[in-house]
Design a protein around this ligand. Structure first.
Ligand SMILES: Cc1cc2nc3c(=O)[nH]c(=O)nc-3n(C[C@H](O)[C@H](O)[C@H](O)COP(=O)(O)OP(=O)(O)OC[C@H]3O[C@@H](n4cnc5c(N)ncnc54)[C@H](O)[C@@H]3O)c2cc1C
Length: 574
């Protein structure tokens, strides 16, 4: 990563490399603070599951009932498998790439399968961590040498914690071949010297696919897939878990507003409409990025496509009659001949083949054509084209199908306030607070722990009028709404009046002013709107609707249209 990657201009938060299991612990801690408790099967008594996280329970069956769903689970108690049933109105299948929930409700995956088989080896070595920290700090190490090939993910250099990915070819190579001892030897071969303290913790096989579920929602909006259960892509570009987190963020407020009666059950369908196209897009991008990463071994004479062809030949009918041990021997023999291309004898400037390969390699890196790790246009700029969104009266939300433009180039994130886009970030200060109060982001205006829409306006007559109408319509729809009035930079010095009088008797509002920032743009310029602009933001930070306050003929009628469409019901349609 480069220093500018840590500039906090387009987001209040900079990029980070953070291990998933550490994130998991943070999430569990947060849930416990919110009153949830984590229970093991032996700690559970009776049938009150409210606010309990039941560890060790595996979903094994799903049956629709008149009231909702009956979900069967199994768990291990005192060495014996036991079963337990739950009744629920919604089941969110977040059970990973091999999702049982997805299989139980018969949802197929679409895309490319079995791109690569790998063994993942979680290990500790402070010796290696300290060496890399001081000599070659980094996050990902692609290691190619005549003895072994692997990708080392440095989870924590200081603690010496790593996960190594080793490609393997079944059925000749089996996961059982990768014992703790064998994995330790592979680590030493990759590192090239004897580490004093390698401790292998865990070994797991996994298969790389590039697939998206044909649908995300089933059983009358009651069974919903999120995360890897809904999409699985090559881990190239950091999209997998991030896409899953976005799914959950998109879904949470929809489930909550449906269960609290604010929205109609049909709002769940907008989850699939919004999230599935993003998963399809990210799958294509990850595959492109994975192929670009493979250009490096290909330039070294180790084209993975050739390895796959060799493997196919060995699997072919002619070779498959050989005893398995001979097939394995042949495969490993061919691979070790392949790896010999990496010996210093071949790969040096004086050898014509080696020199050509090294110059190809240099070109790939100089032109930035290898693995790309940051995708600001996709990470922050992902945008929904249809769903729980409302176009301005008589307008289309999106004129062109922008999502068909696919490019692995590093594209900048351009903030935008069109419906479906994520609310742009800008630093602001609360107008009433003392000047010592730190600036905060427009994204912090969104409540993280309750359903609340946000209406952003400028302090002008027409927008106040529209805000008053919005608060009344929101009340009629039982929708919590906060109004934020963004004043221009320097307004606090001019002692401007608060918006209290304008919005009376509404109390849920906040006056803020634009903070001094490195970009000279005003909020409305950043959003590419005039200061007559009004922006309605959903509880998941995405823009639900926007307009110019001066352009609305009948505020109440227009706002009823907006909330009806957003929440998927027509009870207030005139
Ligand atoms: C090598 C590698 C590197 C990666 N790097 C990145 C990266 O840098 N950035 C990124 O964003 N993503 C990355 N990913 C992808 C990321 O790990 C996944 O996208 C993410 O873990 C998916 O989260 P999930 O919660 O949907 O599924 P999982 O993390 O797989 O969790 C599923 C959970 O469900 C449980 N479960 C399974 N079956 C059942 C059942 N029947 N009943 C109940 N529970 C069940 C499992 O035990 C597990 O706890 C990487 C993946 C790999 C393999």
């Amino acid at each position: 990563m480069k220093p500018q990657d840590f500039d906090k201009i387009v987001s209040p938060i900079s990029v980070a490399h953070f291990s998933q299991y550490k994130l998991m612990n943070l999430v569990l801690q947060r849930l416990e603070k919110l009153g949830f408790s984590v229970c093991s099967p032996s700690e559970i008594e009776g049938s009150i599951w409210d606010r309990k996280i039941l560890m060790g329970h595996e979903c094994i069956s799903i049956h629709p009932t008149n009231e909702g769903l009956k979900v069967g689970t199994s768990y291990l108690k005192e060495g014996k498998m036991e079963e337990r049933e739950f009744h629920c109105s919604i089941l969110v299948g977040s059970d990973g790439a091999r999702s049982t929930v997805r299989k139980l409700v018969d949802i197929d995956m679409k895309g490319e399968r079995n791109l690569q088989r790998l063994v993942s080896v979680h290990f500790l070595s402070k010796d290696l961590g300290q060496y890399l920290l001081h000599e070659r700090p980094g996050m990902l190490f692609f290691i190619f040498n005549p003895d072994a090939i692997g990708v080392l993910v440095a989870h924590d250099l200081d603690q010496g914690e790593f996960v190594l990915q080793i490609p393997y070819y079944s059925p000749q190579q089996k996961i059982e071949d990768f014992s703790f001892k064998v994995c330790e030897q592979i680590i030493l071969k990759l590192v090239g010297w004897k580490l004093v303290d390698v401790q292998v913790l865990d070994i797991k096989p996994w298969v790389m696919h590039a697939e998206v579920a044909e649908k995300y929602v089933s059983h009358n909006n009651r069974v919903i897939l999120v995360g890897d259960a809904a999409h699985r892509f090559p881990p190239a570009g950091g999209f997998g878990m991030n896409t899953g987190i976005q799914d959950a963020h998109n879904l949470a407020w929809k489930i909550s507003s449906m269960l609290s009666g604010i929205a109609s059950p049909s709002i769940i369908r907008t989850y699939e409409m919004e999230r599935r196209p993003i998963a399809i897009y990210n799958t294509l991008l990850s595959v492109e990025n994975f192929r670009a990463a493979m250009s490096v071994p290909a330039a070294l004479g180790l084209d993975p496509a050739i390895a796959n062809s060799v493997h196919r030949v060995i699997n072919s009918s002619l070779c498959s009659i050989l005893p398995p041990s001979l097939q394995k021997f042949a495969l490993e023999g061919i691979f070790s001949i392949g790896r010999a291309q990496l010996s210093e004898l071949i790969l040096n400037e004086n050898n014509p083949v080696g020199s050509l390969r090294l110059s190809r390699l240099k070109k790939i890196f100089d032109e930035g054509k290898s693995l790309q790790l940051q995708f600001p246009a996709e990470d922050l700029g992902f945008c929904y084209k249809e769903g729980a969104l409302v176009a301005e009266c008589g307008e289309k939300i999106w004129e062109t199908e922008a999502s068909s433009v696919r490019k692995r180039d590093l594209r900048p994130y351009i903030p935008c306030a069109k419906p479906g886009c994520r609310l742009p970030h800008m630093l602001i200060n609360a107008l009433k607070e003392s000047s010592a109060k730190a600036s905060f982001s427009t994204l912090d205006l969104i409540s993280g722990d309750k359903i609340e829409f946000l209406l952003i306006i400028a302090p002008i007559k027409e927008s106040y009028r529209l805000a008053r109408a919005s608060t009344m319509v929101a009340k009629e729809f039982d929708v919590p709404l906060k109004v934020c009035i963004i004043w221009p930079k320097g307004s606090s010095d001019k002692n401007v009046n608060s918006s209290e009088k304008e919005l009376e008797p509404w109390k849920n509002f906040i006056d803020v002013e634009e903070a001094i920032t490195p970009t000279s743009k005003s909020w409305w310029e950043l959003c590419q709107m005039s200061s007559n602009g009004v922006i309605l933001v959903r509880p998941d930070d995405h823009i639900a609707w926007r307009t110019e306050s001066s352009s609305i003929a009948d505020d109440f009628l227009e706002l009823k249209r907006v909330f009806n469409l957003l929440l998927g019901h027509d009870k207030f349609l005139l």
